[in-house]
Design a protein around this ligand. Structure first.
Ligand SMILES: Cc1cc2nc3c(=O)[nH]c(=O)nc-3n(C[C@H](O)[C@H](O)[C@H](O)COP(=O)(O)OP(=O)(O)OC[C@H]3O[C@@H](n4cnc5c(N)ncnc54)[C@H](O)[C@@H]3O)c2cc1C
Length: 472
């Protein structure tokens, strides 16, 4: 054994608990160990159905602390995974974390907007709401998703499907630069000119290549949109979904919508129009003049929704239009891509989640794809496009393991029912549960991602939630 391998062997002979204790000694009080109150607070993700129990939790407030943490974890023989909000924790739950440090990035939330170049520099822990709020005074916005509190980095590294997606493509391909701490603890930059292969991999390949400290994203001169929602009682779901299926492929790419069935519990926190009701809801945004957008949406208005809020609204209001829960929520689910939405797909969907169906699913959603999403973006990263017509996405509320089991079973049933219309690949941001990550990519892109992983992280030190193995 060489003199390098000996200390390494000594570390590996230690238990993960001993290694974590040494990590805390090396890093200081921003590392929390099991049994400490800050450990329990720090390991709690947004998706509180997930009980993540890492070897240690780290809550750094500076990039220097991230570098210290990475170096120390390597020295003591622990791996590292980054998490900002924990919206994607259901996927990470597929991995054992007993030799992994969970690095929570919420202490780094800076956002700087450069209005001239229309770029935002965003620190690792910032949620979308912070970026939109900083961009809006300049008449700009970003390709954010449906919830204000989803993390920019996790969302963008995984693809990022926004209300402008059919016009402007995936958010991953609006990333113009990334800075990350690599396995040696040094900060590396990746953009088209510097480390271009790593830059390619980061845009779709997730958190497998290092701890992202800063991401730079393109902003778009969108000050407002014709946007909102229409709702009907769930009994109208067959009519609404048939119109949605016929309308979707013909809609202009300036329009991106979602159509979903939701079953709201009778709880006092909900407004009257939702409490205890089952509804079918169309929502989305059109980057079109009001009169043109109204014409495009006319087939839905002809179905006489009981509520119709579509109107010109400021870009900032789009972060809350979808009514995603902002408080930590226990959930489980599944998401697949459909290659078409026709009469058969609608019938299969309705038989599982439509009026009268026995299901534990709280939200059964169809998000519209096509337009720019269906074409490879120029100069794209690992996820260049999503081939398919819609994403089918199912979420159940899972406050107990028993309800989670029912939710999983309902999701499994509806995914099975939709199998004949299932597209070849997954969209990993909407997978919602542990899946085989290679299913998110074509064979060439997957091989290239594995090659980048072997190059930048040969020891498999960084664990992404959709993990790429360094020996794959
Ligand atoms: C309510 C809700 C609404 C959503 N809406 C949309 C939507 O409209 N469009 C869409 O595309 N997706 C949407 N998603 C999916 C969401 O984009 C993914 O769950 C995404 O992974 C969340 O990112 P996060 O940083 O908030 O989550 P986290 O769980 O904190 O992070 C997810 C993963 O990203 C990686 N990661 C995060 N930070 C870093 C970092 N600093 N360095 C390296 N890797 C990192 C890690 O692998 C981590 O496990 C939604 C999810 C929920 C729960």
């Amino acid at each position: 054994m060489t003199h390098i391998a000996e200390p390494l062997q000594r570390q590996l002979d230690q238990t993960p608990e001993q290694r974590a204790a040494r990590l805390q000694t090396l890093c200081g009080p921003f590392v929390h160990l099991p049994g400490e109150p800050l450990y329990d607070a720090g390991r709690r993700p947004w998706n509180v159905a997930v009980d993540q129990r890492p070897a240690a939790v780290a809550e750094p407030h500076t990039i220097e602390q991230i570098r210290t943490l990475v170096r120390a974890a390597a020295e003591v023989g622990l791996r590292v995974t980054a998490q900002s909000t924990g919206h994607g924790a259901g996927i990470l739950a597929g991995h054992r974390l007993d030799d992994v440090v969970l690095l929570r990035t919420g202490g780094l939330r800076g956002v700087h907007v450069d209005p001239v170049n229309q770029v935002a520099r965003v620190e690792a822990g910032a949620p979308w709401e912070d970026v939109v709020r900083a961009a809006v005074p300049h008449g700009l916005t970003a390709l954010h998703g449906s919830a204000p509190d989803v993390g920019v980095v996790g969302y963008a590294l995984g693809g990022g499907l926004s209300w402008f997606a059919r016009k402007h493509g995936l958010a991953a391909n609006s990333v113009v630069g990334v800075e990350l701490v690599g396995a040696d603890g040094d900060v590396v930059r990746a953009d088209t000119a510097t480390n271009p292969e790593l830059f390619w991999a980061l845009r779709g390949g997730g958190g497998n290549f290092g701890i992202v400290t800063t991401i730079e994203i393109r902003l778009f001169p969108i000050a407002d949109a014709y946007a909102g929602m229409m709702i009907w009682d769930v009994e109208r779901a067959p009519d609404v979904l048939r119109v949605f299926a016929a309308w979707s492929p013909k809609a202009p790419e300036e329009v991106t919508t979602s159509c979903r069935i939701m079953r709201f519990p009778p709880i006092p926190e909900l407004p009257d129009f939702l409490r205890g009701r089952s509804l079918v809801i169309l929502d989305g945004a059109a980057l079109l003049p009001d009169s043109v957008a109204a014409e495009v949406l006319a087939p839905f208005r002809a179905l006489e929704p009981e509520m119709d809020t579509f109107a010109r609204i400021p870009a900032e209001a789009l972060t809350r239009m979808h009514m995603d829960p902002e408080q930590p929520t226990p959930g489980c689910g599944a998401g697949i891509v459909l290659d078409r939405l026709d009469e058969g797909t609608v019938a299969a969907f309705l038989s599982e989640v439509g009026p009268g169906a026995e299901t534990a699913i709280f939200m059964a959603e169809l998000r519209q794809l096509g337009g720019a999403l269906g074409r490879p973006a120029p100069g794209a990263g690992a996820l260049a496009q999503i081939a398919g017509s819609h994403i089918a996405f199912f979420v159940s509320i899972a406050p107990t393991p028993e309800l989670a089991a029912l939710g999983h079973a309902s999701a499994e049933r509806v995914v099975q029912a939709l199998e004949p219309w299932r597209a070849e690949r997954l969209f990993l941001n909407f997978a919602e549960r542990p899946v085989e990550p290679s299913e998110g990519f074509g064979p060439d892109a997957w091989e290239r991602l594995c090659a980048v992983k072997r190059e930048v992280d040969p020891e498999g030190f960084f664990l992404g939630n959709h993990a790429i193995d360094s020996d794959a």
